[in-house]
Design a protein around this ligand. Structure first.
Ligand SMILES: [Zn+2]
Length: 237
């Protein structure tokens, strides 16, 4: 995984009273994802859309955790984001599963809003509205078109990937909570096996389609899950 230790280039702020820290690698990866040759305007818009998408996803987790009385914080880093919270009291499986699911859900809501806006704008173009025609049917892609496209793609991709049953992604956390219900040792081991296989298949898929970022992410997650599995198999955890 990429380093996430605090640096002097971190951006720190708080939103809804939740502390947020942004590691400089986050901007780098966001720029890479948004890159369009010769269109710095689109790159800047794209970076903002990636930032907004990942932040909204993490806010889904963080606001749910706070609702249950567990003070959260958020970190955005080169491989995405993390919402931290420690269930000091009142922990239940249902609550943990809800918190894990609330991230992708928040992202899907943002996706829905972007999609509805895009559909509305298309309709405005079809209805001959001048502002919409100016904004959406130019020869060059406009920042608004690019922003809507980015918000739809990033939230769809990030939400779906995070729901994969690979620990420590959200889907992996949900999987672990469900499998641990009866026996936590067997549950952890099974979670690691499912994570290892799913992440391995996804890494192979991404590498085969030439997307090294996804390949690297899921390759390292497959390895993490393999190490987890080895630890549980030997009875050390
Ligand atoms: Zn998440």
């Amino acid at each position: 995984m990429l380093p996430v230790a605090p640096t002097q280039y971190d951006v720190n702020f708080s939103i809804f009273g939740i502390p947020v820290r942004i590691h400089p690698f986050f901007w780098l990866i966001a720029a890479f994802i948004s890159w369009v040759d010769g269109r710095l305007d689109l790159v800047v818009v794209g970076i903002f859309c990636v930032f907004l998408s990942i932040l909204v996803h993490e806010l889904g987790h963080a606001l749910s955790a706070r609702y249950f009385g567990w003070p959260p914080s958020i970190l955005l880093h080169g491989m995405g984001g993390l919402a931290f919270y420690s269930p000091t009291f009142g922990y239940t499986r249902g609550r943990a599963i809800w918190i894990a699911f609330a991230g992708p859900l928040a992202g899907f809501l943002l996706l829905g809003a972007a999609f509805a806006t895009a559909v509305g704008c298309q309709a405005a173009v079809a209805a001959g509205q001048d502002w919409a025609i100016r904004m959406f049917t130019g020869e060059r892609i406009t920042p608004v078109e690019f922003a809507l496209g980015m918000l739809i793609q990033v939230n769809l991709f990030w939400g779906v990937l995070n729901l994969m049953p690979v620990f420590p992604l959200d889907g992996g956390k949900i999987c672990s909570e469900i499998l641990n219900a009866r026996n936590s040792v067997i549950g952890q081991r099974r979670t690691a096996v499912i994570g290892m296989i799913t992440a391995g298949l996804l890494a192979a898929f991404f590498l085969k389609s030439g997307q090294w970022w996804g390949g690297l992410l899921f390759g390292s997650l497959a390895y993490d899950n393999y190490r987890q599995y080895e630890q549980f198999r030997r009875g050390r955890w």
